[in-house]
Ligand binder design. Structure first.
Ligand code: ADP
Ligand code: MG
Length: 552
């Protein structure tokens, strides 16, 4: 038997990269800035542990320059740089391992395309937009600078360079099919999307800053100005800080930084911060959930070490929390795998249930610490909570203690309080607690009045998923049922007050009933004359609860 090794030709890598990554070619910039950031952070670490004697870390920045005439983009860092040997090792050989990695991922993408485009192709993603790439680099070590260049074929050139300052400059010679990246506005938008919160300051051009007028300046004198670096990122976003160091206004400011087009204040936030058994930081915001269209647009953003990855957090954030906003940052989320794998991944499941628990705990403490405020916010947060109670049993258990049931009169009960309150006079003949509710205060006005006249408490439950939650409560709690105020069996409720029984004689009732029924012509409705004496309505028409639910 013969065995052998299939030879994967490196000549094929560039056409493959270009072809299969085309839809997401913009990520080249994120990858190169990530490398520049890594190089800077590595140097920072080396200097801090004393392994870079004689090197001053200083205040390094990363600079991105667009040279439209020369058709070039430059990415310049002041990081640790590379020696000639390191270029050979990291850059040249990565072509090989990069090819392997690429083919691995390519296999995956057949099932779920779009993955490769998003994640981790590193240095060679530069060839998606460039026909030639140069690296000019000088290591922090005392070794000569080198100049590497490659035109997209597997052949590279390596020669000495006269660069004197530490760090690396990557020069991309933009290919004719990618000239959109020579537009400053395009690059600026990309920097804002992917690099807005990266940890090393990123300079893109300069901007004019207005200085205060000197003393004694006249009214008509123009304020002096000066050109300063245009730094596009905030290297220390709120989520990277300790909750104890932040105030409400810091969270609000960060919300505005994340969503510059959102003018409404978030209701409250949840700071995520865990380092065991996985690493995760982030801030989630409960927005006021109006019907505005931005709900879809301003979604939770996923970062890895402050690099933007995606705003598709499906599988990572539980579905019922997708209506929230904010950021989640975790280096532990495997990104270069398919979404279906993600959902089965143990670490990701743990992350998802951690987030659920944190949200439940926060809501619980808001409820306990300031119930009045919690009640005031209920209308805006109920959808998320009700949805969570329906979809996650663990969340249901916790939320059952703080989920509120408002009455038509603006009182709020927890379920336990409600049971306590109703047990005295809202049970049916089987001793089952009947919870009356209205879904529309205006339309069901007379029914509400009739029920109230009988001394019943009527809830106002109007959210779109409430009927599902009622069903869940009916099955998970003992001996309770919900009935809308216009349902037929209200009348079966206990302790009928004598004063409220119709004074009409039986014959009078029968003829009135027959007359009304002939007018209504809907067999599923019932005419009820008991409410005759409650001043609000002369009689009421009811529909069986089950009929109504069927229609929903
Ligand atoms: P990764 O970043 O995942 O290691 P890349 O293909 O992006 O893979 O980069 C390969 C290697 O090249 C890096 O690990 C690093 O050693 C080196 N490198 C790339 N860019 C730079 C840079 N700007 N400064 C120093 N080294 C770099
Ligand atoms: Mg990289």
């Amino acid at each position: 038997m013969a065995t052998g090794k299939i030879n994967v030709s490196v000549d094929n890598i560039f056409p493959l990269i270009k072809k299969f990554l085309y839809s997401d070619h913009e990520i080249f910039l994120r990858e190169l800035i990530s490398n520049a950031t890594d190089a800077t952070l590595k140097l920072k670490h080396l200097t801090s542990i004393g392994e870079a004697a004689g090197t001053e870390y200083g205040n390094p920045i990363i600079e991105v320059k667009v040279d439209k005439e020369g058709k070039k983009i430059h990415i310049i860092d002041q990081g640790l740089g590379m020696t000639e040997d390191e270029v050979k090792k990291y850059i040249n050989e990565v072509a090989f391992s990069g090819a392997e990695e690429f083919l691995d991922k390519y296999k995956d993408s057949a099932k779920d395309s779009g993955i490769i485009g998003h994640f981790g192709l590193g240095f060679y993603s530069a060839f998606m937009v460039a026909e030639k790439v140069e690296i000019i680099t000088k290591s922090f070590k005392d070794e000569p600078a080198v100049h590497w260049s490659c035109d997209g074929s597997p052949n590279f050139e390596l020669e000495p360079s006269d660069k004197t300052d530490r760090g690396t400059e990557i020069i991309l010679h933009i290919a004719d099919d990618s000239t959109e990246f020579l537009e400053k506005s395009r690059i600026s938008a990309l920097l804002t999307k992917y690099n807005k919160f990266m940890p090393i300051p990123i300079k893109f051009g300069t901007k004019t800053e207005t200085l205060p007028k000197p003393e004694g300046a006249k009214e008509e004198d123009k304020a002096p100005t000066k050109e300063v670096d245009n730094i596009i990122n905030n290297p220390t976003p709120a989520w990277t800080k300790q909750p104890a160091d932040l105030e409400t206004k810091d969270y609000q400011e960060f919300y505005r930084e994340l969503y510059p087009m959102q003018f409404e204040e978030p209701l409250f936030n949840i700071h995520l911060n865990v380092d065991y058994p996985f690493n995760l930081t982030g801030i989630l915001y409960f927005p006021r959930l109006t019907n505005d269209l931005n709900v879809q647009k301003d979604r939770i953003q996923l970062y890895q070490n402050q690099v933007y990855v995606t705003d598709n957090v499906e599988g990572i954030v539980p579905e019922f929390l997708m209506m929230l906003r904010g950021v989640v940052d975790s280096p532990d989320i495997p990104l270069n795998v398919s979404r279906s794998y993600l959902q089965a991944d143990g670490a990701v499941k743990k992350i998802s249930s951690y987030i659920t628990r944190k949200v439940a705990d926060k809501l619980s403490s808001l409820f306990k610490n300031n119930r009045e405020d919690f009640e005031a916010k209920w209308n805006d947060i109920k959808i998320v909570i009700e949805y969570g109670m329906l979809s996650e049993d663990k969340f249901f258990e916790k939320a059952d203690k703080f989920a509120l049931y408002p009455t038509v009169d603006g009182k709020f009960f927890t379920f336990e309080e409600l049971q306590e309150k109703l047990k005295a006079n809202q049970t049916d003949k089987d001793d089952k607690l009947v919870i009356l509710y209205a879904s529309d205060k205006e339309a069901q006005h007379s029914y509400i009045e009739a029920a109230k006249a009988k001394g019943y408490e009527v809830l106002l439950l109007d959210s779109p998923i409430i009927s599902h939650l009622m069903q869940k409560l009916e099955t998970s709690k003992e001996n309770i049922s919900f009935a809308r105020v216009d349902a037929d069996h209200i009348d079966n409720l206990i302790k009928k007050d004598e004063a409220q029984i119709s004074k009409l004689s039986d014959e009078e009732k029968d003829s009135l009933k027959a007359e009304l029924e002939s007018v209504i012509a809907n067999k599923s409705y019932t005419i009820q004359l008991e409410a005759m004496d409650s001043s609000a309505s002369p009689f009421i028409i009811t529909e069986p609860e089950f009929m109504r639910r069927m229609k929903e």
